[in-house]
Design a protein around this ligand. Sequence first.
Ligand SMILES: *[C@@H]1O[C@H](CO)[C@@H](O)[C@H](O)[C@H]1NC(C)=O
Ligand SMILES: *[C@@H]1O[C@H](CO)[C@@H](O)[C@H](O)[C@H]1NC(C)=O
Ligand SMILES: *[C@@H]1O[C@H](CO)[C@@H](O)[C@H](O)[C@H]1NC(C)=O
Ligand SMILES: *[C@@H]1O[C@H](CO)[C@@H](O)[C@H](O)[C@H]1NC(C)=O
Ligand SMILES: *[C@@H]1O[C@H](CO)[C@@H](O)[C@H](O)[C@H]1NC(C)=O
Ligand SMILES: *[C@@H]1O[C@H](CO)[C@@H](O)[C@H](O)[C@H]1NC(C)=O
Length: 389
Amino acid sequence: MTKLSYWGFLSLNALLACAASIPSASHRNCQRSLKACPDGTVIVSGTNLKAHFSTVQAAIESLPHDNSSHTILVLAGEYTEQLNVTRPGPVTLLGETSHLTDASKNQVTITWAQANQDSTGQSVDNVFSSVLVVAPTLESSYTGSGTTGYAVPEDTPFGNSDFRVYNIDFTNTWADYSDGPAHALSLSRANGGFYYCGFYSYQDTVYVGKLGNAYFYKSIIAGQTDFLYGFGTAWIQSSDVLLRNCGGGITAWKGTNTTFENKYGVYIVDSSVKAANASIAPDIVGQCALGRPWNSLHRSIYANTYEDGSIDPAGYIDWVVDGVSRLTSDTFMAEYHTFGPGFNATGRASTNASIVLSPKEYAPYNSPRKVFQTPDGKAGNIDWIDWQA
Ligand SMILES: *[C@@H]1O[C@H](CO)[C@@H](O)[C@H](O)[C@H]1NC(C)=O
Ligand SMILES: *[C@@H]1O[C@H](CO)[C@@H](O)[C@H](O)[C@H]1NC(C)=O
Ligand SMILES: *[C@@H]1O[C@H](CO)[C@@H](O)[C@H](O)[C@H]1NC(C)=O
Ligand SMILES: *[C@@H]1O[C@H](CO)[C@@H](O)[C@H](O)[C@H]1NC(C)=O
Ligand SMILES: *[C@@H]1O[C@H](CO)[C@@H](O)[C@H](O)[C@H]1NC(C)=O
Ligand SMILES: *[C@@H]1O[C@H](CO)[C@@H](O)[C@H](O)[C@H]1NC(C)=O
């Protein structure tokens, strides 16, 4: 309880009264003006003396390790730190902004510069590079290696049941080209929704690990190499996937054999995949592959999505290691109703890597309700998604 002495103008009662995630309409007012925030909102600012904490991680660590709901408002500014959320209860991180529905104008940035090596150059697991980690334990967040990745102990509890972020950018500034895994986000064994957020790096920008469920809405995800990767399930809705250069593939998923039918994979829907800006665009025409199989059970689908001329005419590509192709009949690297200069039907037909789906083939995957599962494989795990955002 010693932390309470830091809590400035908030009373203990007000803090404990903060029992539920605040509704969308109410947090939107709070993001525009501190005065409109519900009682119990934890305030972070590097400069405002009214704030409870000067770093976001200190605010996260002040929350009890239980199932209660908490909201943190981060005032405009740049925060140089790594975040790590292990608690099971709902957490909402709000970024102060005067442009609630435009991720390109976010006023809060969390930034860190790290790849998968320590200060002596020794390589370490990719998780240590991440700007934001959401996972119950360190082991559950490891990427590991081999076709099945790190063997997470089976008795590991599920982590955060309902993690939400609005209008915050997560930027890994390690290098301005692919120079090893450098995560902006790592989410495992948790449910997370990201609304009007930005994720910027070059390699492995977004990692959705084992039993991770991540929903992105009107967000920006920027990278060069394998920058949407993982084992879990990601649904990227109405967002911009920005190509800062080309390398590997945009998606690189590892599928998992389970006793139930799983839908693990990455779904990019009603979105736009395009060069990050007009200066890089002419350099990457026809060169960015939609994805490549990190293992043979890779699943990714681009649906109803615009593709600019940066996309490789073949679409997806194989990943050959020691002369061995990873493509099998289980590899599911697909598109459904993609359009724009990046979609070349002849190119797609010339390779076994790219699959173009019929409506019937896409139907089992065509909504978040169908793909987000509980750890034991039940569909419809979507209560943590904010449909009003
Ligand atoms: C949180 O809730 C879950 C599921 O209801 C329960 O299993 C778990 O023990 C709770 N955790 C804590 C720390 O209270
Ligand atoms: C996150 O915090 C937990 C609990 O303190 C710790 O065990 C874990 O190592 C941290 N994760 C990272 C990647 O630092
Ligand atoms: C365009 O994007 C590339 C890749 O991220 C970057 O290096 C370059 O600085 C950007 N140029 C402009 C004008 O923003
Ligand atoms: C999944 O099971 C198939 C069939 O037994 C096997 O060939 C494949 O290697 C397994 N893949 C993974 C990633 O475990
Ligand atoms: C489409 O792909 C085919 C086969 O790879 C190629 O010959 C053709 O030039 C491509 N068309 C465009 C417009 O890029
Ligand atoms: C696709 O796979 C079939 C069957 O394995 C093979 O005969 C064919 O050559 C492959 N085509 C391409 C373009 O790789």
